[in-house]
Ligand binder design. Structure first.
Ligand code: HAM
Length: 411
């Protein structure tokens, strides 16, 4: 059934076959955050464009070329949120969350939008699960956040995980490091990719992200921020590492880890799944001690992460895994009302029960029960006599209609 209407490039439909795997990811996240005392926050899908320009940073790819920005009917520039941290920092300030006991621990789940070139694992509308802890400077926060993401990915059984860990220090220390890096890049200009060369002045750190071979060779020898941390930042980073060691979380120290957002300070991290190819990062984040100030709030340390739901699903390779249903109630003509009443009772007892909604004959209903992969079928014949069929073994016996729920719920 072709139609000329198609979903926009880089977007996708979440189809019934993939719904269960997705639901499982969301459910595990919900339970994890609940146990850790994080409360759910939801912010609007679009925000004032200026929020991202200020929060995420004018020199980032996201702000320069990936935002879905448009004018609303009142002539205001609004943007579909490309990420969740700046909006949550905005909400923290706007809603007076600094008056709550600190830190405020938040989690979120929802769609984000970036006008990137679509490819495997990279979409223009995608979903993130994320956490933000606002109002505490302790390395315990960094460690707890990393432990939570580790736990989430492990409990989902995401394979072949690697944790990269670095520190970007303070903006002041980074400013002098940036100068040093600029000088180094200029020395090696002729070996660098054009886009890296063009951004030596504006954002030299992004050279670490380049996929260009010549650039990578140059960057392998480049000075890193890790070597230039000031005493406080170095101590903070050492404390985070001690806590992770104690928790038994393996990581690779990586001075080349730069992330595509400008707000990071101190700790940064990324979990990668080697099986994912080019878009291997399933989740990442870090500390952003200056973001709230950048948004005209008081000095407020904070840290967080976000994980890509679609990347997790791709890594699990179980997009189409089905969850078998419990019971199908098949009914001969004249028994459909009875079937609906029975299904309602079974559902009330906590079973996943279905009935035919398409006027199939009994044979067709049994084929449907088979397709659904139910464990049992209850068959009501024209006289209203019930049979219970074990769909795996094929065993079938008569059963008292009044005892069906009790019998099935007890299994
Ligand atoms: P991010 O690294 O830009 O960080 O995105 C987080 C995760 O979202 C990535 O690791 C990736 O799994 C997923 N993701 C990003 N872009 C796409 C895309 N185009 N298609 C599919 N998945 C994608 C942030 O967004 C920060 N707000 C994280 C954070 C929270 N830092 C501190 N707090």
């Amino acid at each position: 059934m072709a139609s000329r209407f198609q979903a926009p490039k880089g977007t996708f439909d979440i189809l019934p076959a993939g719904a269960h795997a997705r639901e499982r990811v969301e459910q595990l996240a919900r339970e994890l955050f609940d146990r850790a005392g994080y409360a759910r926050i939801e912010t609007p899908i679009f925000e004032d464009t200026e929020l991202f320009a200020r929060g995420v940073g004018e020199s980032t790819d996201i702000v320069r070329k990936e935002m879905f920005t448009f004018e609303d009917l009142g002539g205001r520039s609004v943007t579909l949120r490309p990420e969740g941290t700046a909006p949550i920092a905005r909400a923290y300030l706007e809603q007076g969350m600094h008056k709550l006991p600190q830190p405020v621990k938040l989690w979120y789940l929802g769609p984000y939008f970036r006008h990137e070139r679509p490819q495997a694992g990279r979409f223009r509308q995608f979903n993130q699960i994320g956490a933000e802890v606002i109002g505490a400077e302790s390395p315990l926060v960094d460690a707890e956040l990393i432990m939570l993401l580790d736990e989430l990915l492990r409990s989902l059984e995401v394979p072949a995980l690697r944790l990269r860990l670095g520190s970007l220090g303070s903006p002041e220390a980074r400013a002098s490091y940036r100068e040093e890096l600029r000088a180094y890049l200029r020395e090696h200009q002729d070996q660098l990719a054009k886009d890296v060369r063009e951004r030596i002045d504006q954002n030299p750190l992004r050279a670490f992200d380049s996929k260009d071979e010549g650039t990578r060779a140059v960057m392998a020898e480049a000075p890193t921020m890790l070597e230039q941390l000031d005493a406080n930042d170095a101590e903070h980073f050492a404390a985070v590492r001690r806590l992770l060691d104690r928790a038994g979380i393996a990581y690779e120290l990586d001075g080349t880890l730069v992330r595509g957002l400008d707000y990071y300070t101190r700790t940064v991290f990324a979990f990668e799944c080697e099986q994912l190819g080019a878009q291997s990062e399933v989740g990442g984040g870090g500390r952003y001690d200056r973001l709230i100030e950048e948004l005209e709030g008081p000095p407020t340390p904070a840290a967080g992460w976000a994980a890509g739901v679609e990347r997790i699903l791709l890594a699990l390779g179980e997009e189409h895994q089905r969850r078998p249903h419990d019971v199908f109630v098949a009914a001969a003509d004249g028994q459909r009302e009875q079937a609906l009443a029975l299904v309602a009772e079974l559902r009330h007892a906590g079973l996943r029960a279905e009935l035919d909604l398409a006027d199939r004959g009994l044979k067709g209903q049994m084929r449907q029960a088979d397709r659904l992969g139910v464990a049992h079928a209850v068959i009501l014949d024209t006289e209203g006599v019930a049979q219970l069929r074990d769909m795996r073994s094929g065993d079938q016996r008569e059963i008292d209609l009044a005892r069906v729920v009790e019998e099935l719920a007890g299994r």
